[in-house]
Design a protein around this ligand. Structure first.
Ligand SMILES: Cc1cc2nc3c(=O)[nH]c(=O)nc-3n(C[C@H](O)[C@H](O)[C@H](O)COP(=O)(O)OP(=O)(O)OC[C@H]3O[C@@H](n4cnc5c(N)ncnc54)[C@H](O)[C@@H]3O)c2cc1C
Length: 385
């Protein structure tokens, strides 16, 4: 079916992105994969392409386009090529909405030009060693100093994407205890300068997949954060997370859909070239049925992400809509990629083959940004259950 979600301008951007990936990323990607990280200087190169400024308002140096569709194209194109831009997806896809929606004019002037140029890379730190799904249970504290000039940040975060390269991290911390009626009260968002004394990057975690994405542990020991770096109002952080998580979940849904689609593409190519019992694997009826079933699932996922993309651009994507899209697309991708890997035989298990990397990369879609179980809780609540 013809997709209607993208116009000519989007498709022109897709061509540029595809050419950039082919010329600048694909030739060196194996080196990044071995190193387990995207080189820091790549982010300035990506910035030169203009991708970080697309959604930034013009008065701060951006293009002022109020649409997530260009980012969606980047997700689709990197996945199609079997590559990743590391933590930059979090920088632009997750952190920018917080800055746009919550930062004051003075903060935007300080942060957004560097955001666009790739000189100030952002990450976001919600998860802690002791709590992920139940964010209201976080223990990192930010205590206001007696003179009211700064917060004193103490605690630890884990699984932070972009945590090694980040220059500023949006840290969620308790500035007040939970109230008797609301466990979620008392959390604030602080934009922490990663060069501050007491701020430390711990291990870069060795993951099953997403090998080029730097996922790190962070710790804070008496880190002084000026009150001028508080994002939004104090104690209302949980509400802000609720407002911004739907976009994060849609981008995960989109990534999962794109991975499933890429798996089919890689598998068509592989099974046409591989002969077994005197004929290409693609000629067996089982292969045709498997790939046809996968294609039907991917078509359904495409309809879901496209509808959600339109809803997001209209500012109508609800928490339950995004949870539903993430749950569905990540489960589809797991099924499809598994079946595609099977059709590769032993080669599907070898990391040199893109389907093997997809298999490992995809697994986290059912976990991060909220697990599938948490997505079900959100959907069930919306159903009145
Ligand atoms: C590669 C990667 C990148 C990440 N990037 C970031 C990042 O940039 N920033 C960030 O803040 N976090 C990040 N995360 C963290 C991620 O969002 C959390 O791992 C996720 O939310 C789950 O939290 P948890 O790991 O603590 O699991 P837990 O909350 O401990 O969950 C364990 C199990 O219990 C289940 N469970 C939990 N609550 C319930 C319930 N009420 N009912 C039934 N079952 C339940 C879960 O579904 C899961 O199966 C990242 C994680 C990974 C792996």
């Amino acid at each position: 079916m013809q997709r209607t979600v993208f116009n000519d301008e989007h498709e022109a951007f897709r061509k540029t992105a595809r050419a950039f990936i082919e010329s600048r990323v694909a030739p060196v990607y194996d080196q990044w994969y071995e190193a387990g990280i995207v080189p820091r200087e790549f982010y300035t190169e990506l910035a030169d392409l203009g991708v970080f400024g697309i959604e930034v308002p013009e008065q701060y140096g951006g293009a002022g386009i109020e649409s997530f569709k260009f980012q969606a194209i980047l997700v689709e194109e990197t996945t199609r090529a079997g590559v990743s831009f590391g933590g930059s997806g979090v920088h632009v896809g997750l952190c920018l909405p917080y800055l746009k929606n919550l930062a004051t004019d003075e903060q935007k002037q300080r942060w957004l030009p560097g955001f666009i140029s790739g000189e100030i890379m952002f990450a976001i730190a919600m998860t802690e060693p002791g709590t992920g799904s139940d964010l209201a249970g976080m223990r990192t504290t930010a205590q206001l100093s007696e003179d009211g000039t700064h917060y004193v940040l103490n605690g630890a975060k884990t699984f932070i994407t972009g945590g090694v390269h980040a220059d500023r991290v949006i840290v969620c911390a308790r500035t007040a205890p939970p109230s008797d009626t609301d466990r979620r009260h008392g959390i604030s968002l602080l934009v922490v300068d990663t060069t501050s004394p007491g701020y430390a990057v711990g291990r870069k975690l060795d993951k099953l997949g997403l090998k080029v994405s730097d996922t790190a542990e962070l710790s804070f020991t008496d880190v002084r954060v000026p009150v001028s770096d508080l994002l939004g109002e104090a104690d209302k952080g949980f509400r802000y997370l609720g407002q911004n998580l739907p976009q994060e979940r849609l981008s995960i849904a989109l990534g999962a859909y794109a991975q499933a689609k890429a798996a089919i593409r890689f598998t068509l190519e592989y099974t046409r070239g591989r002969s077994v019992f005197g004929q290409p694997v693609a000629q067996f009826q089982n292969t045709k049925f498997e790939l046809a079933a996968c294609q039907a699932e991917v078509d359904a996922a495409e309809a879901v992400v496209d509808r959600a993309l339109e809803a997001l651009d209209r500012d109508e994507l609800t928490a339950a809509d995004a949870a539903s899209a993430k749950l569905f697309c990540s489960e589809v991708a797991s099924r499809v990629i598994d079946r595609c890997l099977q059709l590769h035989g032993g080669y599907g298990y070898i990391n040199e083959y893109p389907v093997a990397r997809l298999y490992a990369d995809n697994r986290v879609n059912r976990i991060y940004g909220g697990t599938s179980e948490v997505m079900k809780m959100i959907i069930a609540k919306e159903m009145g259950l």
